[in-house]
Structures are given as structure tokens and as C-alpha cells.
Design a protein around this ligand. Structure first.
Ligand code: FMN
Length: 334
């Protein structure tokens, strides 16, 4: 199967998504439910555009040699600094609820290509146990991403995660304002509540949806082992800054104290190199893996991973880096 064939299949199988040649938020606008951004619908595009405005500096006066994209995250080795992004429910893409087979297929692809899978706990109670069963089946390095539900329910989900072989556990904090979560003791959490959750889990603990240096420092003070710089792909706050825009100040504030992952419109190996050169330890990519699964299941997801691997290797080679540790801030130009 080629990428083009996978995309053609996806167009037949998926609802609400046009499967654009480049997934940049223009085709879906404010389609929610669906893959779009919160009205007026510019968030996903703003994220993508911000990476496009950052350029790479070529360096060809270095010794020739192979390029190694491997990295260590949360105590394990991976072949690429890429994490797949969580999608809590696939109901917005399909008449049938295919969330469990989606999580299974993406996890299989991640295990076979040596990358980390992040999956959502979803809205249905069977989603988390289903994904944890897939995690064991595929021996995947996977991270459940728990919604901002009540403290009691988060702890119940953490109990399931603690009993599994999950690589880490993550709490998504930027979707707190969605009407299903906000109010009634759900939604936003205080730093003390985050500290209590950190203490509750035995796993490395990540927070997804950090967009300011202030929140990044608070996350570190609460004991987060990793933060995901993310605005939920533009789905939670209109006129949120783009993630590429805030990454430098967050790296300045907490770089070296916690792992920094960034997402939002990262679509190529060149974009990944930009994020790493700006100080990220890894990138998370969501929507393209979703369309890839609709177009070709685990094989479709693997095609996209391998495309990104090839592009990252080429970009690193052209900028004079043969390993991730050789990537430097001088490689990007604003
Ligand atoms: C349809 C859809 C559902 C999502 N559901 C979740 C979710 O349940 N939990 C979460 O943390 N992020 C969720 N996200 C956000 C993504 O994980 C990711 O942060 C965002 O899409 C940015 O990455 P991208 O530009 O590569 O898509 C969702 C995104 C989409 C498009």
C-alpha cells in the first residue's frame, strides 16, 4: 500500500474529514464533532502555520555517516522521538464506535515501529480496559491519557494503569473547559490536586496541555516527569497561541527539569527536527495517524511512521546531525 492509496481508502471510510494531502486544519475548519478546531476554526491551522514559518539551517561540512534517530524516554529506548496522539472517541469519524479497534491498531503499529502510543480513556467505560488489553497483547510502550474527570474517577483509572505495563500515565488538562468536564468538581485542577495525583501513581506522570511558562513551572513543582505542550489541536480555546510560539519560553523555564513533548500541526520530519532543535525531547502527532488507521489499519499507521522516519533522517543529515544529541538550536532560523 502507498500513502496515496491509504489516503484514498481513508476518504471512503471516514466521516467529517476530507483527508487533505497535508493535514493543516484548512479542510476541516471548525468541524466539531469531527477533526476541526473550536469556532472560528483557525486553531489547527495556526499550529501548522507556525511550524511552516520556522526554517532549517543547512550544514554540509561534517563527516558523512548514518543517521540514528533513536532516543530514550521514561526509561525505555525508542527508534524515533514520536508519540501518537490520543483520540478519546472515534464516534466523530464513524457511525460505529471503532475506538477499541483504533487503539488496538495504532498500538500494534507503534510496537512494530518502536515508538510510543498515547491513547485516550474516552467517554465509554470499556475504552481504558480495552486499550490496556491491547497494550499487553502487543507489548506496546503506551501511555493512557486520562480526561479531567473527578479526582475520585481519575484515581480509579490510575488504579487500572498502575496494575498494567503502561509506560507512564498522563492527565490532559487543557480540555478542562469542555462542557462535559467543567463545573461540578470536574475540569480544572489546582496544583495541590495535581501533586496528590502525582503521589497516587507509581508510573512516570505527564501533564498534557501546558501552554505557558507559568503552568510549566507549576507542573514541575507538582512533580510532573513530562509535559506535553499542546492546545488540544486548537479544539479548546479560540485564539490560543500556537504551540511553536510558546515552546521556546517553556524550554527556557523548565528545560532539563522534565521531559518536554510538543504537538499541534507537526506534519513532517523537518517539523520534528525544528521542534527538537528548539528544545523538545519528542513530538506528538495525532490527526494524521487517525486518517492513516481509517485508510489502512495498523499498516496505514506504519506507512506514516516510516515516511516521518525517512524525512527526519534526511533533515538531520542535511543539518549536520547524526544523532539526536547532535541537534542544536543553531539548526533553526525564525
Ligand atoms: C477528534 C479528536 C479527538 C481528540 N481527543 C483527545 C482526547 O481524548 N484526549 C487528549 O488528550 N487529546 C485529544 N485530542 C487532541 C490530540 O491528542 C492532539 O493534542 C491534537 O490533535 C494536536 O495534534 P495534531 O495537530 O497532530 O492533530 C483529540 C484530537 C482530535 C482531532
Amino acid at each position: 500500500m502507498t500513502i496515496q492509496e491509504m489516503q484514498e481508502n481513508a476518504r471512503k471510510n471516514i466521516l467529517n474529514c476530507k483527508v487533505c494531502p497535508v493535514c493543516n486544519g484548512l479542510g476541516c475548519g471548525n468541524t466539531m464533532p469531527g477533526p476541526g478546531s473550536k469556532a472560528p476554526g483557525n486553531g489547527a491551522y495556526d499550529n501548522w502555520k507556525a511550524w511552516q514559518n520556522i526554517k532549517l539551517n543547512m550544514d554540509v561540512f561534517v563527516a558523512d555517516g548514518p543517521v540514528d534517530t533513536s532516543t530514550e524516554l521514561f526509561g525505555r529506548e525508542f527508534s524515533l522521538p514520536i508519540l501518537t496522539g490520543p483520540i478519546g472517541t472515534l464516534l466523530q469519524y464513524s457511525k460505529e464506535d471503532v475506538t477499541i479497534p483504533f487503539n488496538d491498531g495504532v498500538m500494534q503499529a507503534c510496537a512494530e515501529t518502536g515508538i510510543i502510543d498515547c491513547f485516550g480513556d474516552g467517554l465509554a467505560p470499556q475504552t481504558l480496559p480495552g486499550a490496556l488489553a491491547s497494550l499487553e497483547k502487543h507489548g506496546a510502550a503506551a501511555i493512557p491519557v486520562i480526561n479531567p474527570i473527578s479526582m475520585e474517577d481519575i484515581k480509579k483509572e490510575m488504579d487500572q494503569v498502575n496494575a498494567s505495563n503502561a509506560l507512564a500515565v498522563c492527565l490532559v488538562v487543557d480540555s478542562a473547559g469542555l462542557s462535559i468536564w467543567s463545573g461540578g468538581g470536574f475540569g480544572t485542577k489546582t496544583v495541590d490536586q495535581i501533586k496528590a495525583l502525582r503521589a497516587y501513581t507509581e508510573k512516570p506522570f505527564l501533564l498534557k496541555g501546558i501552554m505557558t511558562a507559568k503552568n510549566a513551572r507549576q507542573a514541575v513543582s507538582a512533580g510532573a516527569d513530562g509535559i506535553i505542550v499542546s492546545n488540544h489541536g486548537g479544539r479548546v480555546l479560540p485564539y490560543s497561541a500556537s504551540t511553536a510560539e510558546v515552546l521556546p519560553e517553556i524550554v527556557d523555564a523548565v528545560g532539563g527539569q522534565t521531559k518536554i513533548i510538543v504537538d499541534g500541526g507537526i506534519r513532517s520530519g523537518a517539523d520534528i527536527l525544528k521542534a527538537l532543535a528548539m528544545g523538545a525531547d519528542g513530538v506528538l502527532i495525532c490527526r494524521p495517524f487517525c486518517t492513516a488507521w481509517f485508510g489502512g489499519g495498523a499498516e496505514g499507521v506504519k506507512l506514516v511512521v516510516e515516511k516521518l522516519r525517512g524525512e527526519l533522517k534526511e533533515a538531520m543529515y542535511m543539518c549536520g546531525a547524526h544523532s539526536l544529541s547532535e541537534i542544536t538550536p543553531e539548526m533553526v532560523r525564525f
